[in-house]
Design a protein around this ligand. Structure first.
Ligand code: NAD
Ligand code: TYD
Length: 336
């Protein structure tokens, strides 16, 4: 089987390329990635020489490049996107271009190439925000109510995928997963930033009162969920994917990181809140569990330990990325 993975040089995409090549060594994986600030071929050094792996540098908004990459492809796994909420607040334009127009270009070319499956990777953020302290969770029936330019652009892309299924018969599946963490995450999202700041002896910025809640999914578990959907998922279906059963606030997560790294809570710095900051996300992953027999393999603490060890062992990977992101950090972080 031949897979086209878009955004395979990013955080989840590169983990997925590794995952697929090791679990399905007979398959061919084409990684199509523009290499934006978030794309990094260092993530794929150890598969570079694998004859079943190929990298193509290209933009998903470019139909000519996409059409040529799509030749002979059986399955498209679409990760490529602009992904950081805070960057979407500072500059929404590129989010609409890549996440909406880019997805539409891919869908057109996937139809022409008659792919057997178009799998779209989306987020739980399209559903909006839940009340703190309630038992409510997002599931496959939850109406869309996005609040950030990022989540609005992802919502647009989800609607387009379903529209291409309904209108043109494109065989598709969608996963809406929660916040991922793990190896190769660009050190601007909460976990990567917090862990590397602690290693550097810096404070950890917490937005607002720190009581916002996210569901946390270890990236390897996410890769296994996508595999389950590709191999056993039903065409035209959506699966919500999460890593936890109980709520954990940002503050609790940051305290856990500090404790696992032998530091105390003095290193927490409350900073100005994000505008439109969603209060609570929680994901009901019953459908993928019951239908496809998938469940997370690690607890948050186990996943965090692995992630901390990885960042501790790979300063040469994250230090230059943080250096390059200084301009963004200066623009984004303001005193509370
Ligand atoms: P990332 O920002 O780490 O990587 C994105 C990749 O896409 C990069 O390699 C980048 O170069 C590439 N890319 C961006 N624009 C492109 C374009 N126009 N053409 C081709 N390639 C382009 O992202 P990630 O965190 O790995 O997220 C991957 C996918 O998973 C996204 O669709 C995101 O919305 C979704 N998702 C992420 C999370 C999370 O917690 N990270 C949670 C839920 C869903
Ligand atoms: P983030 O990793 O940006 O993911 P998302 O906004 O897509 O959920 O943020 C996760 C949570 O952590 C979110 O509630 C915002 C908060 N946060 C901080 O408190 N401090 C930070 O420096 C960052 C990046 C995020």
């Amino acid at each position: 089987m031949k897979l086209l993975v878009t955004g395979g040089a990013g955080f989840i995409g590169s983990n997925f390329v590794h995952y697929w090549l090791s679990h399905h060594p007979e398959d061919v994986v084409i990684n199509f990635d523009k290499l934006t600030y978030a794309g990094n071929l260092e993530n794929l050094k150890d598969v570079e020489s694998n004859p079943n792996y190929q990298f193509i540098q290209g933009d998903i908004t470019d139909p000519v490049a996409v059409s040529s990459a799509m030749e002979g492809v059986d399955i498209v796994v679409h990760f490529a996107a602009e992904t950081h909420v805070d960057r979407s607040i500072l500059g929404p334009g590129v989010f609409l271009q890549t996440n909406i127009i880019g997805t539409q270009v891919l869908l057109d070319e996937a139809l022409k190439a008659k792919v057997k499956r178009f799998h779209h990777i989306s987020t739980d953020e399209v559903f909006g925000s839940l009340e703190l302290g309630t038992a409510e969770k997002f599931n496959e029936q939850t109406p869309y109510n996005p609040h950030s330019p990022y989540s609005a652009s992802k919502a647009g892309s989800d609607h387009l995928v379903r529209a291409y299924g309904d209108t043109y018969g494109l065989p598709y599946t969608i996963t809406n997963c929660s916040n991922n963490y793990g190896e190769y995450q660009f050190p601007e999202k909460l976990f990567g930033l917090a862990i590397t700041n602690v290693i550097e002896g810096k404070t950890v910025p917490v937005y607002g009162d720190g009581l916002n809640v996210r569901d946390w999914l270890y990236v390897q578990d996410h890769c296994a969920a996508v595999e389950a959907v590709l191999l056993r998922g039903r065409e035209g279906e959506t699966y919500t994917v999460g890593g936890l059963k109980d709520d954990v606030s940002n503050l609790e997560v940051v305290k856990m990181i500090l404790q696992l790294m032998g530091k105390n809570e003095n290193q927490i710095e409350y900073v100005k809140d994000r505008p439109g900051h969603d209060r609570r996300y929680a994901v009901d992953w019953t459908k993928i569990n019951q239908e496809l027999n998938w469940s997370p393999s690690v607890t948050l603490e186990e996943g965090l330990r692995k992630t901390i060890e990885w960042y501790q062992a790979h300063p040469d990977w994250w230090k230059p990325l943080k250096e390059k992101a200084q301009g963004f950090f200066a623009q984004n972080y303001k005193k509370a």
